[in-house]
Design a protein around this ligand. Structure first.
Ligand code: CA
Length: 249
């Protein structure tokens, strides 16, 4: 374990579970810090700036969902929920609030570690693509659609397509996180700004607009996929089309 080992912030009030998580995570090479209440978690997340937040929903003072919402207000760090609540609506609420994944107790250590690795991998995906979090030059190619980042323009099948500034921002945000499921809330907060997280209807309208302009068949989206009850994901489409990032020198 070194100072470069990923730091996991465990938010959990059940002390035997805390002990178990601390041991399993340290053995797997993570650094671990712990908070046992939501208030403590909210107060400390910013100063610790962990690589991943592991949150229990049933906390003694406030609901774990509130921790997720608070952190999502300013950070895209991976958040994984560990909860005894196995119901569908509880999962949807956590994912809508901005959690990346959800593990139901009791869980196996193997499953937990695999989910954490996946969440950390997804979080570092944009950096891995070009060594930078911002791709503001070059092109992103998604099937027949080319986003020209230098000219802030979009070309579909060789023809320029007019996008409104908000449509362009939405497309760019999805493209920068392509392959990743993004919750309605996360998209809204990032594209429309803080406090917009509940405007799911608004997002639906813009997604429909983008599909009309970019998809070969907007009623059966190939690229801009709906993740029912969760959000959206921009994918490469068929095996004949692959994302390519072409950087300019
Ligand atoms: Ca608990």
């Amino acid at each position: 374990m070194t100072e470069y080992s990923p730091l996991v912030f465990v938010v959990e009030d059940d002390l035997p579970i805390v002990k178990y998580l601390r041991m399993s995570l340290r053995t797997a090479g993570y650094r671990v810090i712990v908070a046992t209440t939501a208030t403590e978690a909210i107060a400390q997340t910013r100063s610790h700036n962990p690589d991943l937040l592991l949150v229990d929903l049933g906390l003694p003072d406030r609901d774990g969902i509130e921790v997720i919402e608070e952190v999502r207000g300013w950070s895209e760090m991976p958040i994984v929920v560990v909860s005894a609540r196995g119901q569908e609506d509880s999962k949807i609420r956590a994912l809508d609030a901005g959690a990346d994944d959800y593990i139901t107790k009791p869980f196996s250590p193997g499953e937990l570690l695999a989910r954490l690795r996946a969440a950390l991998r997804r979080a570092s995906y944009p950096e891995n693509q070009q060594g930078s979090t911002t791709l503001d030059t070059g092109q992103i190619v998604i099937g027949e659609c080319v986003i020209d980042l230098d000219h802030r323009s979009v070309i579909v099948n060789g023809e320029p397509v007019h996008l409104t500034p908000l449509e362009y921002r939405l497309l760019l945000y999805l493209a920068h996180h392509r392959g990743r499921v993004l919750t309605h809330r996360v998209i809204l907060e990032h594209v429309w700004g803080p406090g917009s997280g509940d405007r799911t209807e608004y997002l639906r309208v813009f997604v429909a607009g983008l599909r009309r302009k970019l998809e070969p068949d907007p009623s059966r989206p190939r690229y801009l996929r709906t993740e029912i009850g969760v959000g959206y994901r921009l994918i490469e489409g068929g095996s004949d089309h692959r994302f390519r990032i072409v950087g300019t020198p």
